[in-house]
Design a protein around this ligand. Sequence first.
Ligand code: AMP
Length: 411
Amino acid sequence: MTFASLGLSPQLVRAVEERSYSEPTPIQTAVIPDVLLGRDVRACAHTGSGKTAAFALPLLQQHSVLPREMPLPIRSLILVPTRELAAQVGESFRQYARYLSTPVKVLTVFGGVSINPQMMALRGGADIVVATPGRLLDLADHNALSLRSLTTLVLDEADRLLDLGFAEELERVLSLLPERRQNLLFSATFPPAVDALADKLLRDPLRVDVPSTAATEPDIQQRTILVDAPRRTQLLRHLIEEHGWTRVLVFVATKYSTEHVAEKLSRAGIKAAALHGELSQGARTWALADFKALRSQVLIATDVAARGIDIAQLPAVVNYDLPRSTEDYVHRIGRTGRAGESGVAVSFVSASTEAHMRLIEKRQGVRLTREIVVGFEPSQEEAAAAPAAGNGGVKGKRKSKKDKLREQGLK
Ligand code: AMP
């Protein structure tokens, strides 16, 4: 299967080839032809399945054949739960659109930053708007945009949209849209509330269920976060609190770092222990027993010390320092997602380790989106030196209470 055989134009195929996508992922193969035909879609798909391109590519193709009117009427609206996702999805659209002969204006709008630049950017309209629901409604209330010409609505990560309390906003957004439109709903899970939303929204949808790889492989979500090296411990604390990880195994490069990071976390009130090869066998056994019995929440280890650690319920592994080899990477992330549980493996990446992370990804045949966590944006030099940061424009301004709540749902 190729992208061209799914009906995509040579310009779009060129853009995906440039991103080294050798073939479409299952969700892309299933969804793209039907989206091109204008059909509704109800897709159960996880982050990492390639779902963004599954809707972005066919929508761009639809746009590229429409006559251009001025001001540009908004044709597609992508609603997402968090500003980080908004930034990522917007960036993906821009990348895929780069060779289209008709320019496509993609705007990303989210809360927590000043509304004025977004209002200015909306002058003259836009083809595609990627938005969090609250800010979209603020803009609509300011008459900064009209959704009356919309042809396609995408709900991305619908389960998280509802989890983050956006049900009311969603209702209001729907009331601003024309009755006749294409609807695409993507969600990693389908609890009753999402099911009900899908039933209400979709007409005779194509139903796609991309099973997570859990059936055959462990269900491990891999993430990479751009962060300046000196801020890693703070980010670690932030992630532990944000996600409520009951246990986390953190990998560092040296014995010194195991102790240093453990000490800093302990001082911050998080029960943390170090595990390295120079500890006596007794001390190692204790450290592991404490971790297994949840007497310590964080275990900071070197690769050698962590061999053979097998804990059934380990929700998260963090690569505080990247491993030297791909084998170590696979070994490390394999500590989580055991025994049918799902797990997350987070790697901290800075400008100086970006190339190394790329290599690990290449050897593994994956390409992970670089995330930026609000409040932990890499310094300008770092961000500029890391071209893979597909996440431009996220600035940590003052956060409202609601923004903070939404961030809880950060991927
Ligand atoms: P998503 O599930 O949309 O968040 O995508 C996860 C990652 O997979 C992103 O970094 C995409 O750039 C990448 N990706 C999307 N489609 C493909 C493909 N066909 N081949 C390889 N990587 C892809």
